[in-house]
Structure formats: C-alpha cells, structure tokens
Design a protein around this ligand. Structure first.
Ligand SMILES: NC(=O)C1=CN([C@@H]2O[C@H](COP(=O)(O)OP(=O)(O)OC[C@H]3O[C@@H](n4cnc5c(N)ncnc54)[C@H](OP(=O)(O)O)[C@@H]3O)[C@@H](O)[C@H]2O)C=CC1
Ligand SMILES: Cc1cn([C@H]2C[C@H](O)[C@@H](COP(=O)(O)OP(=O)(O)O[C@H]3O[C@@H](C)C(=O)[C@@H](O)[C@H]3O)O2)c(=O)[nH]c1=O
Ligand SMILES: [Mg+2]
Length: 301
C-alpha cells in the first residue's frame, strides 16, 4: 500500500516518515511530501500532486499551526486548514482512496469538566481552532472514507513546541511563569506516528476502523505548568540546576488567541476500535522524547 504523507518537515509528518522508514518490506510504502510538492495553500494544484504519486491512501498532518499568528492572518489559516483539506478530500473521493486527517483539541472551548469525546459539540475559541474545525467539516462532506484523528499538545525532539521553548528559555533564566489553569495532554509526535501506522496496518489487514472522528493522545493529563516542571525534572540532572517555574493564571499571560481551559481528550473509542493501538503515559513518552532531544543536541556540538 502506497501512502502519501503531507507536511514531512513538521513534527508529525516527520515522525511518521522516520518511523515507517524500514516498513517498505512489510508492504507499506510511505511517500512523504513537503509543501514544494503538495501545497495546501494551492488547492487547485492538489489533483496534480496526487497524480504524481498515485497513492492508495493519504495522511494529512500538514497544517497552519501558529495559534497566535493565525489571529492576524485568518485568510491564510483558512486556506491551509479548510480549503486545502477540502480539495484533498475531494481528490481522494474522485480516486476512491481514503484520507486520514490530523486535527486538534483546540476545536473545543474548554468549558467541559470530563475528557471530550469525539461526538461532543465543538466550539473553538480562536482562528486556528475555527479553521481546523472547518477543515474537519469539509472532509466529512466531501469524502466518506475518512478518519479524522484529533490530538493535542504535540512536541518532538526537533520542531517548534512547548518543550523546546521551555528548554531554550529555562537555560538562560532562573524564573519562568507558566499557566496552571489550562489542562490537556502533552503528546509526542512519535506516539501519534505510531497510532497513524496502526490505523494503516488495520486497513491493510482488512480490518479498518470505521470512518469517522477519533481522539488520540498520550494517557493522563496535566497543565502547561505541570508539563514545564516535568521537562525541568528531566533537565535538572544534566544541567545541575533548574529554573523556578511560577504557576500563574491565564489572565497573567495574555496572548492574541484564547485557548481552552480544559481540552483533555477521551481516547477510549479509538482504543476500543483498535486493540493494537499503542499508547502510554505522557510522562513515559516525555522520557523518550527528552532523551532524543538531548542526543540531538550532542550531535550538534
Ligand atoms: N503542534 C501541536 O501542538 C498540535 C498539532 N495538531 C495538529 O497536528 C498536525 C501536525 O502538527 P505538527 O506536526 O505539530 O505541525 P508543525 O507545525 O510541526 O508542521 C506543520 C507542517 O505543515 C506544513 N505546512 C504548512 N503550510 C503548508 C502548506 N500550505 N502546504 C503544505 N504543507 C504545509 C509545514 O511545512 P513547512 O515546513 O513548509 O512550513 C509543516 O511540515 C496539524 O494538523 C495540527 O493542526 C493537533 C494538536 C496539537
Ligand atoms: C512560553 C510560555 C507559554 N505559556 C502559555 C501560553 C499558552 O497558554 C500555553 C501554551 O503555549 P504554546 O504557545 O507553546 O502552545 P500552543 O501554541 O497554544 O499549543 C497548541 O498548538 C496547537 C497547534 C494545537 O493544536 C494545540 O493542541 C496546542 O498544542 O502556555 C506560559 O504560560 N508561559 C510561557 O513562558
Ligand atoms: Mg504555539
């Protein structure tokens, strides 16, 4: 099965291509493309991009992911997160192939008090979330054979993410201030890649999960403050010091985009539908990703 993966320069697309690197022999051929070969901001050219690869399945992790900047350039966010995926889904429908699309916990407003289920009503707070929700809706309308996989708080050894921000800033500063009233689940890009690969395998085995919307994150939950402390727990033995991380309310950290106060996702539907789905605690995943990040730093020096 030939699988076209978008956004290979990103955290999830990159992790998927690396994870599947040796899998060709198992019958999965991953063809990763960057925006030079498939540009979601050029919906009219997506047909041509698919013709060049002739995939049996498409996985779309590519997106406009700059949450605050999106407030300043909504048109671009909507083009990439809604119109691009809509065109991709239409192109898949024409070719009778499936699409696995990656979406976000930021489709929820965070007023909930228990983990969000896939069928819970969405009500995004900012342009990024609204544009991702619009992409989901467009895919549902254009293509029956789809899986929308919502995840959250993605980080990897390389890439623009909260872990790397904390490590950069925490190296120079003795005190940091991080919000402690936004709850969610940090999820390693490598874990999402494993979940995507499990979805592909189930499909190859003739036992695909039913089309629809699913949630996948690591197990457990914390706050951004809790995530920061966990990062410095791991950095401290290497650095011989740690910054003090003050827990603050969101009101003391103003940002252009509002973010959900609670966006923990209930992953039980996907776990139930796919017994082979790998999942582990967010802390266990952080151990691995943090170690990979430190190893990468070694090779840079
Ligand atoms: N990051 C997070 O915390 C979370 C992300 N998600 C979702 O998960 C998915 C993967 O996110 P993640 O890997 O972290 O994203 P990254 O920000 O790491 O990467 C985004 C990728 O999308 C590509 N891209 C951006 N614009 C276009 C375009 N016009 N055409 C083609 N490709 C484009 C980027 O390419 P380039 O390098 O050229 O810019 C890059 O490869 C996204 O759908 C995101 O909405 C969900 C929850 C949390
Ligand atoms: C850097 C920093 C951030 N914060 C706050 C700001 C914000 O409320 C929260 C997280 O900040 P970030 O900007 O790193 O994270 P953010 O860009 O909001 O991350 C989101 O990205 C998109 C793509 C998603 O889909 C979401 O799941 C989520 O991962 O932490 C602090 O309180 N102190 C700090 O020093
Ligand atoms: Mg960000």
């Amino acid at each position: 099965m030939r699988v076209l993966v978008t956004g290979v320069t990103g955290q999830v697309g990159g992790a998927l291509v690396r994870l599947a690197g040796g899998k060709a022999a198992e019958g999965v051929e991953i063809v990763g493309v960057g925006r030079d070969r498939l540009d979601l901001a050029q919906p009219g050219r997506i047909d041509g991009a698919l013709d060049a690869v002739r995939p049996d399945l498409v996985i779309n992790p590519a997106a406009y992911t700059a949450v605050d900047k999106a407030e300043q350039e909504p048109d671009l966010a909507f083009t990439i997160n809604r119109d691009g995926p809509a065109a991709l889904a239409a192109a898949c429908a024409e070719r009778r192939i499936g699409l696995i699309h990656v979406s976000t916990d930021y489709v929820f407003d965070g007023a909930g008090t228990r983990p969000y289920r896939p069928e819970d009503p969405v009500s995004p707070l900012g342009v990024y979330g609204v544009s991702k929700e619009a992409g989901e809706t467009a895919i549902r309308h254009a293509l029956e054979d789809h899986v929308i996989l919502r995840t959250a708080w993605v980080y990897a050894a390389r890439g623009g993410n909260f872990m790397n921000t904390m490590l950069r800033v925490g190296k120079d500063r003795d005190e940091l201030r991080v919000v402690d009233d936004q709850h969610g689940t940090p999820t390693g890009a490598v874990d999402i890649a494993s979940a995507l690969l499990a979805l592909v395998r189930a499909r190859m085995d003739g036992a695909p999960v039913a089309a629809g919307t699913y949630h996948y994150t690591a197990d457990g939950a914390t706050t951004w403050h809790g995530f920061a402390e966990a990062i410095f727990d791991r950095a401290e033995p290497l650095w011989g010091r740690r910054p003090t991380v003050h827990a603050i309310p969101t009101s003391e950290y103003p940002t252009p985009a509002r973010r959900p106060a609670y966006s923990v996702l209930d992953t039980s539907a996907l776990i139930g539908a796919l017994p082979t789905l790998p999942h582990r605690s967010w802390q266990a995943a952080l151990d691995e990703v943090f170690a990979a990040r430190m190893a990468a730093e070694e090779t840079v020096r």
